[in-house]
Design a binder for this molecule. Structure first.
Ligand code: MN
Length: 227
């Protein structure tokens, strides 16, 4: 049976040091995974992890020029370590979780903060604040076979060369293995899934024309210009 129109190709993330492409299935995100960012958002810093999603086609592989989104007056940046899974499962034990990790990347969880805060106030879903087009720029994936599983290292973001976010991966409340294990109690993870693991303090408002540069020590860097 023919499709009524050609289905969209999966979004692919280039793998550093090879000509292979990582095909993305789903994109999950952890809310508030660094205590200092939870505090700046006025939240309890010791609550268990919670999750939301972005559509896979919100990814912008490689960064570059990103259109400033509609319907917001308060676009904010969140630099995050992204986990890429090559093996899935349900109820994965933390001690087994890292074996399913293909690699890691630097990602930006761009957020229409005004829409997110309005949704929070009303108990509405976050989707329109978080899951909009081009909301997830992501750098090339670094295979775990090359870089291991980063547990510490600087995570930072600058806007037009000025420091805004700075933290260390060791400040993550829920570590990579714990994030995977916890998420897999809610649904079955699968090869191709990405997990954005939360952001350190320093989120701020950006405008058209701003250049965002961000990086994680040992994982890579990304550059985005809002156009
Ligand atoms: Mn985030």
């Amino acid at each position: 049976m023919p499709y009524v129109f050609p289905p969209a190709a999966p979004v692919g993330i280039p793998v550093a040091g090879s000509d292979a492409i990582f095909p993305v299935r789903r994109v999950y995100c952890v809310g508030r995974n660094y205590a200092d960012h939870a505090a700046e958002m006025g939240a309890d810093t010791r609550e268990p992890p919670f999750f939301f999603s972005k559509p896979a086609d919100a990814l912008v592989p490689g960064g570059g020029n990103v259109p400033y989104p509609p319907a917001t007056g308060n676009l904010q940046h969140e630099v995050e370590l992204v986990i890429a899974l090559s093996r899935g499962g349900a109820n994965i034990r933390p001690e087994d979780a890292l074996a399913g990790v293909f690699g890691y990347a630097v990602g930006l969880d761009l957020t229409r903060r005004d829409l997110q805060l309005r949704a929070k106030d009303k108990g509405h879903p976050w989707d329109m604040g978080k899951g909009f087009d081009h909301s997830a720029p992501i750098a090339d994936l670094q295979p775990a076979t090359a870089i291991g599983h980063p547990r510490r290292g600087a995570i930072w973001l600058q806007v037009n060369g000025e420091p805004r976010q700075h933290g260390d991966l060791e400040q993550m409340s829920w570590k990579v293995a714990e994030v995977i294990a916890n998420l897999s109690t809610y649904l079955t993870l699968a090869p191709g899934d990405l997990i954005f693991t939360g952001t350190p303090a320093g989120v701020s408002t950006v405008v058209r024309g701003d250049v965002l540069t961000a990086g994680i020590s040992g994982v890579g860097e990304i550059r985005v210009k809002l156009v």
